[in-house]
Design a protein around this ligand. Sequence first.
Ligand code: 6YU
Length: 501
Amino acid sequence: SGPDPEVLIVGSGIAGIGAAQRLYQHGFRNLRILEATERSGGRIQTAHFAKGLVEIGAQWIHGPSKENPVFQLSSQYDLLDEEALSEENQQVEVGGHPTFPFTSYSSSGKVVDPELVESMTNFYNTLFDQSREFLQRDYDPAASVGAYIKNEIAHYAQEWAGDEISKKLKLAILNTLMKLECCISGTHSMDLVGLSPFGEYKILPGLDCVFPGGYESLIEQMLKSLPKDIVLLNKPVKTIHWKGCFRGQTPQERTFPVKVECDNGETFTADHVIVTVPLGYLKEHCNTFLHPPLPSNKVQAIRKMGFGTNDKIILEFEKPFWEPDCRLIKLIWEDESPFVDAEPDLQKVWFKKLIGFIVLEPPQQYGHVLCSFLAGNEAEFMETLTDAEIVTSLTEVFRRFTGNPKIPPPINILRTKWHSSMYTKGSYSYVAVGCSGDDIDTIAEPLPEGPTESKPLQVLFAGEATHRTFYSTTHGALLSGRREAERLICLQDVQCCKSNL
Ligand code: 6YU
């Protein structure tokens, strides 16, 4: 590379923008971000809905405390409220289980005893915490988190006192908690999530917080620190040609090892390309996205790693049908159990995968708005339905669970379609059965691999799915972008030293 290498970043999500920020701060000036869509932010996206703002993608800063770079940056930009910034908030250790005041309804239209729900939740949380302890063990009691938790439930359920009806209700509550875990992990079933690598994911202290001005306010601030023309929108990259010798358009007419080709035939030459496209996109295009193709160990890791769907359904009501202090409406299907497979006909049952609705608070800011999460095959099916079909099904669900047949339908709906989104193809990554943290590192390994000749670090990989301990989060994505920027900064430093000798 010359003194100021040409760097291209593919994808203008938080990983790509984070990489650009770090490089720009270190004096790199030949920088461009190629983004396929008409906007920056990727899976960070805020929309207007009802009276206020809602999040289409990332919702919370997970673990907002000193070690979290998204928290750090957002504090620096003054984007968080006082409560989120307080020392007290940063020290809360919920171990990934935040709690809200809730009302649980059952499918027979009754309110379920909150003490029972709480005791089952504590029991479940203990099993969940245990499932994160198999990283360093020689022996796994089960292949998946789902299998492990179900075995443990089966074991303890033998000792449960009470009649068959109360035991059934306990299993139904536990099933709801496992469905919630599917949303958190972004997977169809916890049977797909590997047990031993589950402990790779690191939970940071701090009570999860939101952005009063929307998550996208962070992206807007980050972009302000970069020159306006750095991001080129509507530039879907088709193929990255590397290990080449391509003539560029710079005045010196020097040659470059990389040429990036867009869908419309436009090309860009570079010394280095940082790829930040989502794993879902990489999975679908891994045979053609690079030329020469990706090495087989990388392709295998990309295929093995999990990438699922977690969608949202956001509803506005004219009047609330929930109590004023209720923050969470939980739905418990009494006929469900962790030991019974869900009915395969999604048309009939897709809405049974819903675990409940978060009340967006306060109503003066949002209106009367409920937000639900839906994971896996049911979410992907929901994406194929019309708004009217979804509203009809959910109105029936609300009426059935509350026992109030007069609840009017919501007046407005917004749902996400992350699986159908062609440049994402799902929501975020998880460590699937059969893969390990090493696979994440393999995906992150730059190309060409190993010690090489004169043109190192031609293609680098960032994005949430490349962060071993914070995959699936915005802070993992940001750190991964900065990590790849640092590789180029180090390379630059080494080359400067060599030329000064
Ligand atoms: C978080 C949260 N959160 C909910 C939902 C979603 C996600 N996340 P990007 O995709 O942003 O950027 C890539 C760009 O590349 C993009 O703009 C593309 O258009 C572009 N591109 C693609 N192909 C291209 C091409 N060919 N050419 C050019 N450009 C191309 N994270 O911290 N808090 O509350 C949530 C949530 C519905 C969808 C989330 C959350 C995940 C983050 O949104 C996500 O990781 C980052 O934004 C990704 O940034 P990026 O830059 O890498 O990609 C114990 C345990 C278990 C572990 N699990 C814990 C799970 C915790 C995750 N929580 C999620 C929960 C919610 C609600």
